[in-house]
Write a protein that binds this ligand. Structure first.
Ligand code: HEM
Length: 204
């Protein structure tokens, strides 16, 4: 990647990541979201959260399989966009769905398992966001890597949240779940081969 491409990569990816939110805002403004626009915004922001979580996890496999080292430069941005869409999703629920009725919200979290799991996923995203800076990465050292395994737990909870919500038509959550399983499989395989290589080095 030359200097010119490096210069434009981040602004370009930033604009692309923001595009779904801009389109959604435009559709809302233009009254194109049908009879229940709040549901549409909640659904779209939820799905974009899940997509960005999965896209972020694709960076390492893409780097290893195709030598796309440039993808590492945008990984943090992708993860932060997952958080941006999750915040939009949560805000839609708190504001437009529940009108900030904290008592109702608390009951909902306790009573409806799909809300409990969604909330847990959001809460587990927070430490990832807080520790996403270079300073935090340096300060936490090896613990940073351990903590960032949560990046697999959050989409897992996201898929479960979606699955619980749809009840009958599970095709969509199933597709997201399958992508997550492949990405998890890649990571487990890589860890296993690294351990085998380390053991062989010890023996020889
Ligand atoms: C990382 C966290 C989260 C992810 C990945 C996520 C993902 C999703 C997805 C994929 C959907 C279904 C979209 C569709 O039907 O096409 C959804 C729906 C929903 N989520 Fe979440 N969610 C998260 C957190 C939360 C939180 C924290 C809440 C509220 C406490 C929440 C409340 C809802 C509600 C109420 C719906 C149903 C929307 C509707 O159809 O009216 N989610 N979410």
């Amino acid at each position: 990647m030359n200097a010119m491409q490096k210069r434009f990569l981040k602004p370009l990816v930033f604009a692309l990541c923001l595009l779904p939110a801009v389109i959604l805002a435009w559709q809302l403004y233009a009254g194109q979201l049908g009879a229940n626009p709040i549901d549409e915004v909640a659904d779209a922001s939820g799905e974009w959260t899940l997509r960005f979580l999965l896209i972020t996890l694709m960076v390492t496999p893409l780097k290893r399989l195709f030598g796309w080292h440039w993808a590492v430069r945008i990984r943090r941005m992708l993860g932060l966009f997952a958080f941006f869409y999750a915040s939009l999703h949560l805000a839609t629920y708190l504001w437009l769905d529940q009108f900030f009725d904290w008592g109702e919200i608390w009951l909902d979290i306790l009573d409806r398992p799909f809300i409990t799991v969604g909330m847990l996923a959001f809460v587990l995203l927070l430490p990832l966001v807080v520790t996403s800076t270079n300073t935090m990465m340096r300060r936490l050292g090896r613990n940073w890597k351990h903590l960032h395994r949560l990046a697999y737990v959050v989409p897992l909870l996201g898929v479960l949240h979606f699955w619980w919500l749809v009840k009958a038509d599970v095709l969509e959550p199933l597709v997201y779940g399958a992508v997550l399983v492949v990405l998890l499989g890649f990571r487990i395989r890589r860890r296993t081969s690294a351990n085998v290589a380390a053991r062989e080095r010890c023996v020889s």
